[in-house]
Design a protein around this ligand. Structure first.
Ligand SMILES: Cc1ncc(COP(=O)(O)O)c(C=O)c1O
Length: 370
């Protein structure tokens, strides 16, 4: 069986380092907001080239706290994409704000920035772009609109650890460092995943940083003094210690993902299968390798019979989810998102995937009879 994803192989490679990291925490016996979280925050900020980082409970909490810190609340509108993972939209709802959805760009599987301006109203306070599958949205035009309308930008980087984009001035910028706040998830399957839940916020803005520090720790400003009504959303020391091990490998693992993607691109010969495109000036880190086909069900079943695991990210766009039935969008409103949800199929993708396994997936795919 070639699995869609396998975390055991990675664990096998780094288990000694992980054991040493965990034992360091046990020896110190400080489990909340100690040296490991502080060090990881510093190392992650340095890796991204950003001033501040704040470790939190999950990617979902990172999004929620980022919106809160930006002052988003009741009667505000936040624009995001119609297709993706529900957590990107949940944070908007947790704040009491209204998600306003925009259709997708079928080239890069991200929000269609040409449709953004039409979605802006007098209530719009922020844009929440999601860098889906490992490739960043087109942040240049998005930031120009945000500046024009004075909107906050909260980047969802849950699938984009290490992704970069070349800006108009020729400089490369990492995901999460272009908008006001970047939100990362360390869910175990992510390019940099914890052994449980975890997340990180990054920003260059000192006052947002200070607000985020309060928000993730009950609003604490002294030991038992609380400045605001905050939350308990802290990354714990054990996860942080293990994530510090993983951060050292992130670039190397992303390269392996890119090599796997390039082998898929070279060896898949079918013209009825749309392969992912990398837009110019973007470094795609292939959190997922997603192809599109009108015969998805048949292809997925066929691959399953051949011992190849696949997955669907995601089978339903946001506006067709029961949880968002109250949004004013009917079926047919976002044709690209709806079409993508019918056609996308994620092939096996993780850094430890062997060349022989990729070649076998390609061969089976090429032999599929419609
Ligand atoms: C795009 C996106 N945003 C947000 C999240 C939420 O992150 P978490 O699971 O850490 O809460 C995820 C994944 O889990 C995701 O893929």
């Amino acid at each position: 069986m070639i699995p869609a994803m396998d975390l055991k192989r990675q664990y096998g490679q780094i288990k000694k380092e992980l054991a040493a990291a965990i034992s360091r925490v046990f020896k110190r016996s400080n489990y909340i907001l100690g040296e490991e979280v502080r060090s990881l925050e510093g190392e992650f900020a340095a890796y991204l080239g950003v001033k501040y980082a704040v470790g939190v409970n999950s990617g979902t909490d990172a999004l929620f706290l980022a919106l809160k810190a930006c002052g988003i609340g009741k009667n505000d509108e936040v624009i995001t994409c119609a297709f993706g993972y529900i957590a990107s939209v949940l944070g908007i709802s947790y704040c009491g704000a209204k998600p306003v959805l925009v259709d997708m760009n079928e080239q890069d599987f991200n929000i269609d920035v040409t449709k953004l301006e039409k979605a802006i109203t007098s209530r719009t306070k922020a844009i929440l772009p999601v860098h889906l599958y490992g490739q960043m949205c087109d942040m240049g035009p998005l930031m120009r609109l945000a500046r024009k309308y004075r909107l906050k930008v909260i980047e969802d980087c849950a699938q984009a650890h290490g992704a970069k984009q070349r800006m108009a001035n020729g400089k490369w910028r990492m995901a999460g460092t272009i908008g006001d706040v970047g939100c990362y998830s360390f869910y175990p399957t992510k390019n940099m995943g914890a052994y449980g839940d975890g997340g990180m916020l990054v920003t260059n803005n000192k006052s947002l940083y200070q607000q985020l520090l309060l928000l993730r720790d009950y609003g604490r400003k002294g030991r038992y003094e609380f400045a605001i009504r905050g939350y308990n959303s802290r990354l714990d020391e054990i996860q942080a210690a293990m994530l510090r091990v993983k951060l050292k490998y992130l670039e190397q693992w992303n390269k392996k993902r890119q090599q796997a993607a390039s082998l898929y691109q070279r060896k898949i010969k079918r013209t009825d299968l749309l392969l992912p495109l990398t837009s110019p000036g973007r470094n795609h880190v292939y959190h997922l390798f997603v192809v599109r086909t009108a015969q998805r069900k048949q292809l997925q079943e066929y691959l399953q019979r051949q011992g190849i695991g696949t997955a669907i990210h995601y089978p339903l766009p946001i506006h067709l989810q029961a949880a968002y039935r109250d949004l004013p969008y009917k079926k047919g409103r976002f044709p690209a998102a709806e079409q993508m949800s019918q056609e996308v199929l994620s092939l096996p993708m993780f850094p430890e995937l062997k060349k022989t396994e990729i070649l076998s997936v390609c061969q089976k795919l090429n032999n599929f009879k419609r």
